[in-house]
Ligand binder design. Structure first.
Ligand code: PEP
Ligand code: MG
Length: 590
């Protein structure tokens, strides 16, 4: 059989060479049965028992994950427990059984269907992917009612690369690093649970490889490249040899990189870039340190609000921020204030449904609309600033008006704390994310009113190119290296420097080592990224001069398309760092 190559999104780096195991995620089949009235109470008690069994199973999984992987990942399953404990689900399913005299399985399926559909319609990527939580709980409940529960069984530990349409969180956690070499899914994105779990378990993974399961059979030979997002089926000898060599190189290079952890990210001619980490949970701090981050450049605080019916209190915010500030001190931590759209807060804050949530009442707009939420978080950040070096960053600033409105609330909160004699850092720096084109265009005006900028390329690209960042159908147009994006970056950096403020990039674009030289050459003072990407970036920065990086950054502006920019960067990086960028066995054919 001939060599076949498929492209997807590399979400967990590394190379795996092994045999395919295709997992079919079949939804339990449910039949409608009309019951004899006498059986109705029995059916209700079967439902209660299945709920209880499901709860026990989830608690067991949660305990294991907390032990083996980390408490932050165990928390993913809080959402499952919340769904199970949702009174509406239990009551509606029981009422359905009573009203229609049907079996419990059928009632559960009917009650969950509208919930599933509601999740599918959500535009926000993070929340839409949480539909898999509803599916996972629903399937577990049905499996318990039907007495069947499929599980992933790996026959050949140490050889297996798992292929699936999608993996539910509870399936992913069964995949042990020792048993599984890699993971390929047809759906999902960087923020899907399977991607998060794969990264934490350090299992190379590629997601979003459309219809791959139809082309692969169990035991087929497979190469998976989680860095480039490539899957190769039936590789020939030559390809296998190339990847084996690359895998070995990466392993050597990984060991060498680790040693760079403690060294500064400084070019050969002494140009210093601060390399910091993006985090979502305080539990990630050990990884931040282990990979040599010089602080936290983006602490996404949304996770404090998720999977709970109420809002976090000021004390809860404070306890977490203080712990992070103290742990990272004397290095800085940039805390981003709440960045939610209406849907994300559905349980805790009732907001009107929106046609277009990504253009709707989200992030700083939501905070200005609900100053109670905003003030609570700002008070907690300010109080915690007495315990370490904290910075405040507003997401989705669209222009000076919004920035001033946010700063007015901040000043008011500071005055309140002063009146109450509560300590905080009076010099705390305040920055704006540049992730809306209007902010990029007015960066010269914004720069006069903040201490720093941080470019959120994930959103900036989506809004600048009119490409939904999580829509697989237009993913090919989501181009970080689009000339329009590069021109925006160049002008935002120069606006920041003209006003004497520093500028960081915290979007995913900074995590890709291919962009390392370019971003240094464009003049970014800080790059904030997934902790695991830090050592390679340090290696790149330490190997070049600022002049060389600036020259590359200048040359890309002569390229009229993103493809040409990418080719130019690949050539450059391949020549300088063959051990990391020489993988193009299949050069991009587009
Ligand atoms: C971004 O938009 O680039 C960013 C860092 O924020 P988020 O991905 O959380 O929207
Ligand atoms: Mg953003």
């Amino acid at each position: 059989m001939s060599v076949r190559m498929y492209r997807g999104i590399g979400v967990s780096p590394g190379i795996a060479v092994g045999k395919a195991l295709v997992i079919e995620m079949r939804r339990p089949r449910v039949k409608r049965e009309v019951l004899d009235p006498a059986r109705v109470p029995l059916e209700a008690s079967r439902l209660r028992q299945a709920l209880e069994d499901s709860r026990t199973q989830i608690l067991e999984i949660q305990e294991r994950i907390a032990r083996e992987v980390g408490t932050q990942y165990a928390r993913i399953f809080d959402a499952h427990l919340l769904i199970l404990e949702d009174h509406l689900l239990v009551e509606e399913a029981s009422a359905f059984i009573q009203a229609h005299r049907v079996n419990a399985e059928y009632a559960v399926q009917e009650v969950l269907e509208p919930v599933r559909q509601a999740f599918s319609r959500i535009e926000d990527g993070y929340l839409r992917e949480r539909r898999s939580d509803v599916d996972d709980v629903g399937d577990r409940l049905l499996g318990n009612l039907l007495g069947q529960r499929a599980s992933v069984h790996v026959e050949q530990p140490g050889e297996t690369i798992v292929f699936a349409n999608e993996l539910r969180p509870s399936d992913t956690v069964q995949l042990h690093k020792d048993a599984i070499l890699g993971l390929v899914t047809e759906t999902g994105g960087r923020t899907s649970h399977s991607a998060i779990m794969a990264r934490s378990l350090e299992i190379p993974a590629v997601v979003g490889v459309e219809e791959i399961c139809a082309h692969v059979r169990n035991h087929d030979a497979v190469i998976l490249d989680g860095i480039e997002g490539v899957v190769i089926l039936s590789p020939d000898r030559e390809t296998l040899a190339q990847y084996h060599a690359r895998k070995q190189q990466l392993e050597y290079a990984g060991r060498a990189l680790h040693k760079l952890g403690g060294l500064p990210a400084e070019t050969q001619d002494g140009y210093r870039v601060r390399v910091t980490a993006n985090i979502e949970f305080p539990d990630e701090l050990p990884a931040v340190r282990a990979h040599g981050a010089e602080g936290v450049g983006l602490y996404r605080t949304e996770f404090l609000y998720l999977n709970r019916p109420d809002l976090p209190t000021e004390e809860e915010h404070f306890a977490v921020y203080r712990a992070v500030a103290a742990e990272i001190h004397p290095r800085p931590t940039v805390i981003r204030t709440l960045d939610f759209g209406g849907d994300k807060l559905a349980t805790a804050v009732q907001l009107a449904a929106e046609e277009n949530p990504s253009l709707g009442l989200r992030a700083i707009r939501l905070c200005l609309h609900r100053p109670d939420l905003f003030r609570t978080q700002l008070r907690a950040i300010l109080r915690a600033s007495a315990f370490g070096s904290l910075r405040i960053m507003y997401p989705m600033i669209s222009g000076v008006g919004e920035l001033r409105a946010a700063n007015a609330i901040l000043e008011d909160v500071k005055a309140e704390l002063r009146r109450q004699g509560v300590a905080f850092d009076p010099e705390i720096q305040v920055g704006a994310m540049i992730e809306i084109p209007s902010a990029a265009v007015t960066a010269d005006l914004l720069a006069r009113e903040v201490d720093f900028f941080s470019v959120g390329t994930n959103d900036l690209i989506q809004y600048a190119l009119a490409i939904d960042r999580i829509n697989e159908q237009v993913a090919y147009l989501y181009e970080p290296l689009h000339p329009a994006v590069l021109r925006m970056l160049r002008s935002v950096v120069s606006a920041a420097h003209n006003e004497g403020i520093w500028i960081s990039m915290c979007g995913e674009m900074a995590s890709d080592p291919l962009h390392g030289m370019l971003l240094v050459g464009l003049g970014f003072d800080e790059l904030s990224m997934t902790p695991a990407s830090i050592p390679l970036l340090k290696r790149i920065i330490r190997s070049v001069t600022y002049g060389q990086a600036a020259e590359v950054a200048q040359r890309v502006f002569t390229c009229p398309t993103a493809k040409e920019v990418e080719q130019l960067l690949r050539q450059e990086m391949r020549a300088r760092f063959p051990e990391y960028f020489a993988s193009d066995v299949f050069p991009s054919s587009e």
